[in-house]
Ligand binder design. Structure first.
Ligand code: TRP
Ligand code: SF4
Length: 331
């Protein structure tokens, strides 16, 4: 028996991953693969909770997301990588949990209230959207996960998951551990325009970006907004290009650039060019792996199917216990 603690997390298949996704979540997942028994899944049912009309690209997005994951270093040998909608047991547990979840728990969820205000272009008046944390709870506890690496916006959902697990255990007997949110240090990386990096702002650099596009995009990055002319000294501490240097350039280069920026000994054009080259270099292995997997769609499908199989085995085992507990059956 494995003594490693189990962690689980999911991502919606909404298109190609960018550096914000990488530094905000994926890099963390990659780093946890040795210390934990990891389950990572593509949350395609979750994507429907806000986008039920746009399902046309979903399976292509899911396939491409798996390629992004594999290219960035998630390993099917180390982790269980799967697709939510291929493990139907999540839906059965979702149904049973929905019976015991008080609607006010869902209505007072801060993320729910926020999203209704923020995503005002979407129809969020559905039962599925309100019940989304119940689906998320099923995703998590069906694998008896101990830890759930998530960003701050998802913490209320993990909290509801704990409450639902506790309520289930109270009603039917101890089946589920209460999972803990493992807060992902939120990425300092901003988009090209210094806003949060997000597909909807069109300010991203993709993990799959081509070298010439990386160079072109980096050249458009907003720098220290107070540095109007080349001869003006800059302030690297408020410059996003400098944040990228910290991630992608060696420490002595970072120190050197910081000093030269402050004395106007380096210009932004040159500084960006240096950074772009480091980024191109850093993403080279990711690009190579992507090419490998893109040329082998059948292999990617096999990786997904074997992950689905592993996930199903674990989920089925839990569901045996769940049915026994709820319906007082003997296993
Ligand atoms: N709700 C998460 C998001 O939108 C995705 C997700 C679904 C998830 N189920 C999960 C994350 C379970 C962690 C655990 O980003
Ligand atoms: Fe930013 Fe570099 Fe320009 Fe300084 S020189 S403001 S660190 S881009």
């Amino acid at each position: 028996m494995s003594v490693k603690k189990r962690i689980l997390s999911g991502m919606r298949p909404t298109g190609s991953l960018h550096l914000g996704n990488y530094h905000g979540a994926l890099a963390n997942w990659v780093g946890m693969q040795d210390a934990y028994d990891c389950f990572f899944f593509i949350a395609d049912w979750h994507a429907l909770t806000t986008d039920y009309e746009n399902t046309g690209n979903m399976s292509v997005f899911a396939h491409n997301m798996m390629i992004d994951w594999l290219s960035a270093g998630l390993s099917p040998e180390k982790s269980t990588l799967f697709v939510q909608s291929s493990v139907l047991e999540h839906a059965e547990l979702f149904l049973l949990l929905s019976m015991i979840t008080p609607v006010p728990w869902l209505e007072r969820n801060p993320t729910y209230k926020d999203q209704i205000i923020q995503l005002d272009n979407k129809d969020l008046s559905t039962f599925g959207f309100l019940g989304y944390p119940v689906l998320m709870a099923s995703d998590i506890i069906i694998y008896k996960a101990h830890g759930v690496p998530v960003g701050l916006d998802q913490v209320p959902h993990v909290e509801i998951t704990r409450e639902i697990a506790r309520r289930f255990n109270y009603l039917y007997g101890n089946v589920f551990p209460e999972p803990e949110a493992v807060l992902t240090e939120s990425s300092k990386i901003l988009g090209l325009d210094r806003r949060k990096m997000s597909k909807s702002y069109q300010n991203t650099i993709l993990l799959s970006e081509k070298p010439e596009d990386i160079r072109a995009k980096v050249s458009t990055m907003v720098t220290d907004p107070d540095r109007a002319r080349r001869k003006d000294p800059g302030n690297p501490d408020i410059c996003n290009v400098f944040e990228f240097h910290k991630l992608y350039s060696p420490a002595d280069t970072v120190a050197d650039i910081g000093a030269r920026c402050r004395t106007a000994a380096v210009g932004c054009v040159e500084c960006k060019k240096m950074m772009a080259e480091r980024l191109v270099e850093a993403l080279a292995p990711v690009r190579d792996k992507r090419q490998y997997y893109e040329a082998r769609p059948e292999l990617v499908r096999e990786i997904i199917e074997s992950g689905n199989q592993k996930a199903r085995t674990a989920a089925r085992q839990t569901m045996e216990e769940v049915r026994a507990a709820v319906f007082h059956k003997t296993i």
